[in-house]
Write a protein that binds this ligand. Sequence first.
Ligand SMILES: Nc1ncnc2c1ncn2[C@@H]1O[C@H](COP(=O)(O)OP(=O)(O)OP(=O)(O)O)[C@@H](O)[C@H]1O
Length: 364
Amino acid sequence: MLIRQLRVEGLRRFDDARFAPQPGFNLITGDNGSGKTSLLEALHLLAHARSFRGRVRDGLIRQGAPALQVYVEWEDAQGAPRRAGLRHTGNAWQARLDGQDVAQLGALCEALAVVTFEPGSHALVDGSSEVRRRYLDWGMFHVEHGFLPQWRRYARALKQRNSLLRQGGGASLEAWEHELAQAGEAITGLRQAYVAGLQPHLARMLPLLLPAAGSIELGLQPGWKRQELGLADALLLSRERDLALGHTTLGPHRADLRFVLQSLPGRDGLSRGQAKQLALALLLAQAAHLAESRGAWPLLQLDDLGSELDRQHQRRVLALLADTGAQVLVTGTERPAGWPLADLPAALFHVEHGTVSGPLPGAA
Ligand SMILES: Nc1ncnc2c1ncn2[C@@H]1O[C@H](COP(=O)(O)OP(=O)(O)OP(=O)(O)O)[C@@H](O)[C@H]1O
């Protein structure tokens, strides 16, 4: 995938900015607060239907502007030109893909694959299980074609069951439990296959990023005691408790990604830096897995790389990515100290006063 053009209007400090990244590495520099991260945020928003810095209505729209607009042109894995646009007011959105209105933002997410490593990415390791479920489901959405229909089916059945539980039950409770169990088992099977597919990619990334960890074993906690009973039985057994609480207390919506590191303690025992390194390994493994199954790397965004990793790790990550041919956006107040100057050509961009200049002369 190759992003050719990005236009950002009414997003944070950008009134109307354009950015034309190049194939391979793109280094975006600028002072603190100049808007470097906001550029990555714009692309992440289109590709994930959310920002990595909170909700659209919580400050993403430029002060005084009625809405933000993001427009992007790119080439897909087959080299075909694609385009997508999103207008968001904080409460309502309109989106287009290749000139057609889209009914669900998922259509943009499916078309545009973007993986972002940013200062909050450690939450993938030390944050709540919701962050890891989102990670898993994003990967599956791109790799496992049967996932989305099952996920929608599950979400609908869960909503219905929860609503019935709040009303104290009802004649259709059993039917919705049956639907929930069927969709839930299907999702879990697909998630397990996805985690198994990620494992070899993660095993390759981890020694580069967190060699002290030794080996890693990735696993899925399905959200109920699946080794003991099927989801239909588990739902039946928990019905009384769920009726008392008014919601469904087990199932794939409570799943988690589990990792066991051979030579380091579990996620609570890792330093913040180690959590970041493991998070980056997980994100790069996901990108490599996607590249293997779709034939093209997603766009990789590394926000403030120079502050997030030490020099040696920066060098390793950049060398690894240089070999993949992926399009990479790296931001920083300056060129990261670990950038191997002679060996790593990059297009240079500078962000200042709400505009993006570049590619600048001097690009190797
Ligand atoms: N809703 C908004 N309206 C106008 N300006 C905003 C809004 N939200 C944030 N800003 C401004 O936009 C800029 C955000 O920039 P961003 O975080 O993208 O900068 P950055 O170049 O990545 O900075 P740093 O190097 O400090 O991480 C800041 O100057 C901030 O004050």
